[in-house]
Write a protein that binds this ligand. Sequence first.
Ligand SMILES: O=C[C@H](O)[C@H](O)[C@H](O)COP(=O)(O)O
Length: 222
Amino acid sequence: MEPKKLAGEKAVDYIENNMVIGLGTGSTVYWTIRHLALRVKAGLHIKAIPTSMSTARLAEQLGIPLASFTEIDRLDLTIDGADEVSPDLNLIKGGGGALLREKIVAYASERLIIVADSSKQVASLGKFPLPVEITPFGWENTCKQVMLLGCESLTLREKDERPFVTDNGNYIADCKFGRIDSPDLLEKSLNAIPGVVENGLFVNMADQVIIGTEKGTNIVEK
Ligand SMILES: O=C[C@H](O)[C@H](O)[C@H](O)COP(=O)(O)O
């Protein structure tokens, strides 16, 4: 079976009756959502907060009951994907542009489980360009400020030859920092720049990573 599918489906084992679940975004969590929908059909009672419009659409189509922060304060568990996972379970996320909602949902969760295939495991973060969500106003200047933090190259993400726009109406700058030795410091420094809304470094947030391989799944815990 496909490694992403194995990892995505395995995470559903951790979902218990009456939980409030954060549903991540991407091609690995896609399998989590599909598998969860089968359990919901079979009688599992949960509510889910989606981390993107695309996840909300998929969950709705499959009959998963959705909730919002209007009625929910804390989530029991969030299941999400990642673009890079370091040995100490720090992450780069946002390859699909959903990092802001993903971080809000993960921060409100008791536990964060990451699902990924083994290509996402890295010795240190930084090969995957770090997605940074920035406001359209002043984006040119915000990018200059980001460069001053040691960014080697920066690309404004595009779609159909126009700036890519996130679910929150913002842009994404994909930033190559080279090897990121102090992700906690970089995460804070980026967010201190006016115009930066959030960045894709998830430091000390993941509790467990489920890695899918050709042969099955490996669980990595802190
Ligand atoms: O913005 C997107 C998210 O952070 C995804 O969870 C991440 O890019 C991993 O996606 P995939 O499972 O498709 O590789």
